[in-house]
Design a protein around this ligand. Structure first.
Ligand code: ZN
Length: 187
């Protein structure tokens, strides 16, 4: 696709002396304008100009993107995350491979000995994509980390109380690498 063919509504795409106005265009004072976003196309047989609509492709994660996902497994030094959304494209599901991993060295600034102290099964995490080839994520920044979590004993959502996670049901206390947005519903 050449960018010069790409138009948005209101762009001049031709004149009525040259063409008939086709799909996605309108005519005004002898000029033909785009009515939709897309690519200018010519039907030579009809001598008409029309706009080939651009279908927005599902978003693909890029390096540096902030993503949202669910912890589906913790295996030794790696937390496996099933990605669901990219910040900036929250209305669309991620396209393609949604399996990602957070290595124990990319969890936070300080040394992590036990990954199970930082993430729990089914936690929702906010993370940054640091490697798209192997889909590696980082939660080192303050805003990154766990957004919601469940009690590992009774599955009740854990509440943040004076900086500590506590189960309101069974009073169990747990630790996580928390996002500064934990429990706020902010992404
Ligand atoms: Zn509990």
């Amino acid at each position: 696709m050449t960018d010069t063919n790409f138009v948005v509504p209101g762009d001049l795409v031709g004149t009525s002396e040259e063409y008939l106005p086709g799909n996605g265009t309108y005519e005004e004072n002898g000029n033909i304008y785009a009515d939709i976003t897309g690519k200018i196309s010519i039907n030579a047989k009809e001598r008409s100009v029309f706009i080939d609509p651009v279908i927005k492709a599902p978003p693909v994660p890029h390096e540096g993107d902030i993503v949202i996902g669910r912890v589906v497994d913790i295996k030794g030094s790696v937390a496996l995350v099933e990605l669901s959304r990219i910040k900036g494209h929250l209305d669309r599901e991620i396209a393609g491979n949604t399996s990602a991993a957070i290595h124990i060295s990319n969890v936070k600034d300080s040394y992590v000995q036990d990954l199970a102290q930082e993430f729990g099964y089914q936690d929702i995490v906010k993370a940054k994509v640091i490697d798209t080839k192997n889909m590696r994520l980082s939660t080192v920044d303050k805003s990154l980390g766990v957004l919601t979590s469940q009690c590992s004993r009774c599955r009740t959502p854990l509440k943040l109380e004076a900086g500590k996670l506590k189960c309101p049901q069974c009073e169990r206390r747990e630790t996580r690498k928390l996002s500064s947005d934990y429990g706020k519903g902010i992404i």
